[in-house]
Write a protein that binds this ligand. Structure first.
Ligand SMILES: [Zn+2]
Length: 357
């Protein structure tokens, strides 16, 4: 008698567990070399006061300064510190003992993107050269699953991203830097013309073009997994142009808000999409001038952050508990949000459990 009751009960539990996961789509967004310091504490007064990095400080003060840290960070990232804070979670405020780090020992772009996408902080991945990545990544893993084939796409400003994803091997649609858009869609045709007529002050197409391509592609082709890889924050930081670095971060926050609002109006995405936003590496801080740089020689440049918002993530807002997470954990977490287990040849970091609670 007991057995008869137990089996239906067990089935009910299994069923309700499977039903409880709502994510059907993933949007992953990266802001290259965006420091955790600005994400959690806003504009830095010492860098603003330095004429070398901020020649027109009055402008920056007016736009981004407030003596209250919560107001200040909101001036750079208004969407992060309203909608994501309320409905999602933000990890990596080191001032509160909440740590997120690169697990790879290099703290620059290719090793960081490799770690994000493959879950494997491979020590053999140690240059930014255009080398096709040997490691299996979570995008191609998902693309191989039933219902996802041809439904995974990436748009990037940096032209090394296709090599990191290895689109040649897996056939994922990756559009990067000056890749022509070949779609029979009026918005995408216009954006394609725009990218070739646009100046390239940083030597790559502006991030806003990458963004519009991704948004219009999403509207037209409804990918289930979309990766958008921005680049400008890193370039402006290397150039020591603090105002432009902040302005870019602020515009990228606005693009993320625009994308979030766009998907809320689409039945394919509304309440079925988890968005994860992060960075490939951190930058320096304490030692003079090192905010511009990153890499092994720069103290604390492995300190990163991530934000997550979606129907399966209990909103924690700014995560204030002490803890240590790593970039190598994103890949398994992305798969798990879709109810999949990413199980490549290499070792990977474990699922970030609170993101699925
Ligand atoms: Zn860099």
């Amino acid at each position: 008698m007991k057995k008869i009751i137990l089996i239906p009960l067990l089935l009910l539990i299994i069923h309700s567990f499977a039903q409880s996961r709502k994510t059907e789509n993933i949007i992953l967004i990266t802001l290259d070399g965006m420091r955790w310091q600005e994400v959690f504490t806003g504009a830095d007064s010492a860098i603003i006061a330095n004429k070398k990095y901020t020649p027109d400080s009055a402008d920056v003060v007016e736009m981004f300064w407030n003596k209250d840290v919560k107001e200040r960070r909101k001036k750079v990232f208004p969407f992060f510190w309203s909608v994501i804070e309320k409905n999602g979670s933000l990890y990596g405020n080191r001032n509160l003992g909440n740590f997120v780090n690169n697990a790879n020992p290099y703290w620059f772009s290719y090793p960081g993107y490799n770690e994000i996408l493959t879950g494997y902080p491979d020590t053999a991945v140690n240059s930014n050269d255009k080398i096709y990545n040997k490691n299996e990544n979570v995008l191609e893993f998902i693309n191989k699953q039933k219902g996802y084939n041809g439904k995974v796409a990436a748009f990037a400003t940096w032209d090394v991203i296709p090599y990191i994803i290895n689109d040649k091997r897996n056939g994922i649609y990756v559009n990067a830097d000056s890749d022509s858009l070949q779609f029979n869609n009026s918005a995408l045709k216009l954006i394609n013309e725009w990218q070739f007529l646009s100046p390239r002050p940083l030597g790559v197409r502006p991030d806003v073009i990458t963004y519009f391509m991704a948004r219009e592609y999403l509207k037209a082709y409804k990918p289930k997994v979309l990766y958008i890889s921005f680049d400008e924050t890193d370039d402006f930081a290397h150039g020591g142009m603090y105002e432009q670095y902040l302005r870019t971060a602020n515009r990228e926050d606005a693009m993320i808000a625009d994308l979030w609002n766009t998907i809320q109006s689409m039945p394919e995405y509304k309440n079925k999409t988890t968005m994860i936003i992060t960075t490939d590496h951190g930058r320096g801080d304490k030692i003079k001038d090192q905010w511009r740089d990153h890499g092994t020689k720069v103290l604390d440049a492995s300190g990163i952050w991530f934000a997550v918002i979606g129907p399966d993530t209990t909103p924690l807002g700014e995560v204030k508990t002490s803890g240590q997470l790593y970039q190598k954990q994103y890949a398994a977490t992305i798969a798990a949000l879709l109810g999949l287990k990413f199980n490549p040849q290499h070792t990977i970091g474990e699922v970030i459990a609170p993101v699925l609670k």
